[in-house]
Design a protein around this ligand. Structure first.
Ligand SMILES: [Mg+2]
Ligand SMILES: [Zn+2]
Length: 183
């Protein structure tokens, strides 16, 4: 096991602006301050991985090559902010699939753990939906709900029980940095 702790991030509505089934790289837009927030986490030694459900693949709304280009664009935008992700983990399956990777199931976290050997219980999960928070709780991680994307609705309808609620990724990063220092 490496000593590096990981922050597992949802993609749409958390890192980039929520837009239904993004298949066009031009529609990828980071939230203001998202790049700086991840840069701060990186500087503090955290590993960073995106975990994302992309059922648009199973539904035939996004082709795999389009998803690759969307993620290349995401990497390019982050690189411009001085940030590199350790990985992007995707569930391409639909809601009726019995795959083990569609959030809130833990398969994407298991894939990241196989690649990097971190302890899920020492990691953090950030997202805007109940499935993100449930994923984190399921693997024993600390969880942060962001009020971007569907986050406000998730909070208002009490669809999740996160350890913390933050306005955005910057607020989530600040809480995580503090919590990592003083558990
Ligand atoms: Mg989301
Ligand atoms: Zn899956």
């Amino acid at each position: 096991m490496t000593a590096r702790r990981f922050v597992l991030l949802d993609r749409d509505g958390t890192l980039n602006i929520e837009r239904h089934y993004i298949s066009d790289p031009d529609l990828v837009e980071l939230y203001p301050g998202a790049g700086a927030a991840l840069r701060e986490l990186r500087a503090k030694g955290f590993g960073l991985a995106v975990v994302t459900n992309q059922s648009g693949i199973a539904r035939g709304l996004i082709r795999p090559d389009q998803l690759e280009r969307v993620h290349a664009r995401l990497a390019e935008l982050l690189e411009a902010e001085g940030v590199t992700l350790d990985g992007i983990y995707v569930c391409p399956h639909g809601p009726d699939s019995d795959c083990d990777c569609r959030k809130p199931r833990p398969g994407l976290v298991a894939q990241a753990v196989r690649d990097f050997g971190f302890a899920p219980a020492d990691s953090f999960v950030i997202g805007d939906k109940g499935i993100d928070i449930d994923l984190g709780r399921g693997v024993g991680a600390a969880t942060v709900l962001v009020r971007s994307g569907y986050g406000r609705e998730t909070e208002a309808k009490k669809l999740a029980s996160p350890d913390h609620v933050a306005d955005d990724l910057a607020g989530a990063a600040a809480w995580i940095a503090e919590r990592a220092l003083h558990p």
